[in-house]
Design a protein around this ligand. Sequence first.
Ligand SMILES: [Ca+2]
Ligand SMILES: [Ca+2]
Length: 551
Amino acid sequence: MALVGLAAFLLAACGRAPGPNASAEVAMPEVFWNSATVYFLLTDRFHNGDPTNDRALGRAQDGAVLRSFQGGDLVGVLRKLEEGYFDALGVDALWLTPFVQQIHGSVDEGTGKTYGFHGYWTRDWTAVEPALGTAEDLRSLVDAAHRRGIRVLMDAVLNHTGPVTPEDPQWPDEWVRTGPRCVYRDYATTVDCTLVANLPDILTDRDDPVELPRLLTETWQEEGRLDQELAELDDFFERTGHPRAPRYYIIKWLTDWVREFGFDGYRMDTAKHIEEAVSAALKREAEQAFADWKEAHPDQVLDDLPFYMMGEVYNYELDHGRDFDFGDRTVDFFDYGYDGLINFGFKRDAAGSMDDLFARYSAALGDGELRGLAILNYISSHDDGAPYDPDRADPVGAGTRLLLAPGGAQIYYGDELARPLKAEGAQGDATLRSVMNWQDLERGGPTAEILDHWQKLGRFRRTHPAVGAGTHRRLQADPYIFSRTLETDDLVDRVLVAMDQGEGSKTIPVFGLFPDGTEMVDAYSGATGTVVDGRIALSSEYGLVLLGRSQ
Ligand SMILES: [Ca+2]
Ligand SMILES: [Ca+2]
């Protein structure tokens, strides 16, 4: 193992972040994001670090099962960050559900009385949701993540406001449409429509100037920041020359968080429900905001990796390549500011042969249509009712598939602890959003063993960008052995993964990947060995062996 790799491994093994990893290729952001492990969490459901904000805004705990705010907050995420929880998992980036202020009331969409705990029901894009904490809590969290070399993605919602409730008036008609409902037959019935009955859709296609809603001006007046907010908007419209149309107000508000806090990228919510040109406009402003933040905070800049925008184009999958089909029109979202898209096909693809999965993904990302672009794979998420392994029957095998697949890996909070995806009494997507099962981890036993597996694979991914971004090659069918090789101008990284090996002593052919005499550490067990006559002899209690070498 080369010194760089060894140092990174030892640091990672000690539970400390190795810092920005070797994959932070300036010229090749896709290498970083395809080898990245992104940890996605619902802030309200992860960890309660500050009980004083649990009843913010006087919201009641009268929602249906798992549909009220549950107490998790930004300070809770910070605590876990400081404990080294994410470092130990090899996490490269955090993706938090939206933190902007949510509707104060609740609605029932047919799955029970629900509050905006999930963050997708915006009331005020300029304020932090008080149940999640304060702007200072958010700053502390982003700064602490950056100090550990972990990036933070902001979940950005531009398509809709929150639902209308007795406490949350509808935005003016110049801002939103309240019908028709989307029926997804073609482009217009996907974009110019409301996702559900009571979810006003921002008129993202209109250029007519609009005034601010009274809801906002009155609130800002009470909070003593009206003049500042208005002055900032004047500056924004003057600088950009954009019309005072709804989408540009929101672009201003969304990019302010980047400019002030240094978010490294967006996860764009409901990306296929806004005109792709709107995404492109947002990206341009976000890049400017990120550059402004870097200039103002030179000591906090991690590296030259550009601002990243990843889209939730619901039902997009790797096999679609660059064309997403609306029925009457295809759109190449990668042409409109998106560097990466969430891969909704992984959960199904993962059910087949592991080598078919790996080979197909490697080919698509390596020399195929997606060359130079990024995807994000997942096995479960907050709104996918058909996750891989819904019963958590094999959380170890799920981790193997997700974390060893080419492409970025999204760990949805609790994948690594087999947090149940079925919650008694919960209706609809609430069942996917239970409170993090820290108590199972504290009990040790099987949950701790599952986490240990995910941690080892996650750190291997982080240390070796070839795992997610390298070229896949099957070396042996049975027992299965494969390699990944990544060669860039600055780095040559090679890994070999052997599965289904016997417990105890084993001799593994390395197929010329590592020269004779190479001393190696198995990243899964910590066992050491030396390559002799094209083979390495190791002893460990595991069937999985992870070998890697960077130059
Ligand atoms: Ca709390
Ligand atoms: Ca829309």
